[in-house]
Design a protein around this ligand. Structure first.
Ligand code: GDP
Ligand code: ZN
Length: 307
């Protein structure tokens, strides 16, 4: 029978079967990892082939992992040089941000978007806490949303505590598998709890664990908030992180730069100080936002400092 991985706790997995039954599953024998530099063979969102092991105990054996459509890796927090697969088979990656306190920096947003581009997963921005913004701040937010929309990222402004425009979020999630992330304090848990009370319970469990120091790595978990609508919460995962990215690659993950790359004079242009650079020209003319270019520069610098 076929199953969907909802949660991983080391050796055991929570698996949802096609007829909506939740089992505890283990791998039959040792599954060989295709990519040896990954610490976990199965991730949340993986589709698997499994067989019933013990009906009373509600356990299954996972026989086979189906080929992934995509996945998100990050640097393993435990093992240097290894990746940890956060989730697989995503339709979209959502980042909750806010211009209220604690304000999300443009750098944080852009690093998230670059990671999503690198994994070829459509990204969406949710601007939360709009109830706390002054008129001027709302105007700034509006401009910011326009800029991101222009380069192809859907944006939604909400207030999770005031229940404002949550239905827009529900609509955007419907019939999809979505990863939800955001730095702490932006209101991600508040939003997820509005979407499904089942999530609330679980997020508190996880943080209790962390406080006791029993559990330093937190795991992503998938929730079915409506029939066929899945949300993957990523507690404790603040940033996706730029995995092994070459400097020359980074501009390819800025859509507004990508579309201009072949207009630069030098085909190995890094868009830093080169003459006749189409990217720099677009920044100067205001077609590319300065803040996006600054994020680009800081990512280039960050890659310098690695290794
Ligand atoms: P998380 O760390 O992203 O999960 O953030 P929480 O959901 O725990 O929210 C952090 C704080 O912000 C809490 O005190 C929430 O009540 C508050 N908060 C969340 N969303 C909103 C919002 O839309 N408006 C206001 N005013 N406060 C919010
Ligand atoms: Zn250039």
């Amino acid at each position: 029978m076929k199953g969907l991985i909802l949660r991983s706790t080391g050796l055991w997995y929570d698996v949802l079967s096609e007829n909506n039954h939740r089992y505890k599953g283990r791998l039959r024998g040792k599954l060989r990892l295709n990519d040896e530099k990954v610490t976990n063979p199965i991730a949340v969102g993986d589709r698997v082939e499994m067989s019933l092991e013990d009906e009373e105990e509600n356990t299954v054996l996972i026989e086979k992992i189906e080929k992934r459509e995509n996945y998100i890796n990050r640097q393993s927090p435990k093992k240097e040089g290894f990746a940890h697969t956060i989730a697989a088979n995503l339709d979209q990656a959502i980042v909750v941000v806010t211009l209220a306190m604690p304000r999300t920096s443009a750098g944080f947003i852009d690093r998230f978007l670059v990671s999503a581009e690198a994994f070829r997963i459509p990204a969406i921005l949710i601007f939360n806490k709009t109830d706390l913004l002054s008129k001027d701040e709302l105007h700034i937010q509006e401009k910011m949303m326009q800029r991101y929309e222009q380069i192809g990222y859907k944006c939604i402004a909400i207030s999770a505590t005031e229940d404002k425009d949550i239905s827009k979020v529900e609509e955007m999630l419907r019939n999809k598998v979505s990863l939800v992330s955001g730095h702490s304090g932006v209101g991600k848990s508040t939003l997820l709890n509005r979407l499904s009370p089942e999530i609330e319970q679980s997020t508190t469990e996880v943080s209790d664990y962390t406080e006791k120091g029993l559990h330093t790595t937190t795991f992503a978990e998938m929730f079915e908030i409506e029939k066929n609508t899945f949300v993957i919460d990523t507690p404790g995962i603040k940033e996706l992180g730029l995995m092994d990215m070459e400097k020359a690659e980074i501009s390819h993950y800025f859509p507004e730069m990508r579309e201009r790359l072949n207009q630069c004079k030098y085909n190995n242009c890094l868009h830093l100080r080169e003459p006749k650079c189409a990217v720099i020209e677009a920044v100067e003319s205001g077609e590319i936002a300065k803040s996006r270019y600054n994020s680009y520069l800081s990512m280039m610098e960050g890659q310098d400092n690695r290794r």
